[in-house]
Design a binder for this molecule. Sequence first.
Ligand SMILES: NC(=O)c1ccc[n+]([C@@H]2O[C@H](COP(=O)([O-])OP(=O)(O)OC[C@H]3O[C@@H](n4cnc5c(N)ncnc54)[C@H](O)[C@@H]3O)[C@@H](O)[C@H]2O)c1
Ligand SMILES: O=C(O)[C@H](O)[C@@H](O)[C@H](O)[C@H](O)COP(=O)(O)O
Length: 328
Amino acid sequence: MQLGMIGLGRMGGNIVRRLLKDGHTAVVYDRDPKAVAALVEAGATRADSLEDLVAELAAPRAAWGMLPAGAITEETVAALSGLMQADDTIIDGGNSFYGDDVRRAAELRPKGIHYVDVGTSGGVWGLERGYCMMIGGDTEAVDRLDPIFRTLAPGMGEIPRTPGREGRDPRAELGYIHAGPCGAGHFVKMIHNGIEYGLMQAYAEGFDILRHAGSKDLPEARRYDLNLGDIAEVWRRGSVVSSWLLDLTASALAGDEHLEDYSGFVEDSGEGRWTINAAVEEAVPATVLSSALYRRFRSREHESYADKLLSAMRRGFGGHLEPKQPKM
Ligand SMILES: NC(=O)c1ccc[n+]([C@@H]2O[C@H](COP(=O)([O-])OP(=O)(O)OC[C@H]3O[C@@H](n4cnc5c(N)ncnc54)[C@H](O)[C@@H]3O)[C@@H](O)[C@H]2O)c1
Ligand SMILES: O=C(O)[C@H](O)[C@@H](O)[C@H](O)[C@H](O)COP(=O)(O)O
């Protein structure tokens, strides 16, 4: 099947490569001509503009944006909506806010242009492992794109089948779902990322406690100089907490247990914030996920105003002074 791809970075570039390997064709555009050239070398057709890309695609067209969420995606969808025709499909595979999908789909509907949102997971490993996809949109458009999704998805692989799923939608076992109407795909991906924050935070805190088990503040008989790399490795094998995030943790620790390459400034793309907003709207307690999000904010402050205020109050009520040389 033919697909237009806009945005050929870490995700879009590899998505195109995986499609080409499976016999699909692609017309590619990126504002960076070097990114376009690399994909043309791999077998894709070049486009020098969005107009060019739309002109190269055969009707009914399918154009997938794999762009930074927010203004760039917004402008691209708006430009495509002026270029595409009834029965064409615009796909947003980036990490967009699901409310934006609902609005865009409604704006495109009078023109007869379909809009499909694809929450795409798998990161830079997707070329090899495949992408887990959470899809929102009308059934006609989603079903038409099925050959694309089937190629991009990981497939059954070696994961054992879940007993009791016989007769259910087989797409979930292959690594993609049609979650519901427009926005549902990104909604599910948003919660996936909220969970990702919580899981990551749990591993990070657990390993931090293990790392401090040798602290001089502990009774000598209960101090342990633990090998974190070995612990991560052994937990990968048969333990209850094994996971891909733990695999990545084990790799990082095998490279450098002291993590000297990192400052610990942890960014967030917005997905965690939207997850908490959704929890508030639904009045669902999301204690772990919100605490993981706030921990990311704290990671960016060297000296926190809130912590200073704590010290000021302690000094006020009890005359407690901060240590001259704080232990960190
Ligand atoms: N990296 C990941 O692990 C990952 C995983 C899942 C989803 N996502 C999401 O996928 C989207 C893309 O992520 P990425 O990691 O590939 O980003 P990236 O920064 O690696 O690539 C973005 C590409 O878009 C191009 N671009 C920017 N503005 C453009 C414009 N106006 N017109 C055409 N091209 C333009 C850039 O030149 C770049 O090649 C984001 O929404 C991201 O949140 C990323
Ligand atoms: O499922 C995935 O492949 C990841 O979740 C992916 O979407 C990406 O790495 C996020 O963009 C990082 O999100 P934060 O910047 O919010 O940590």
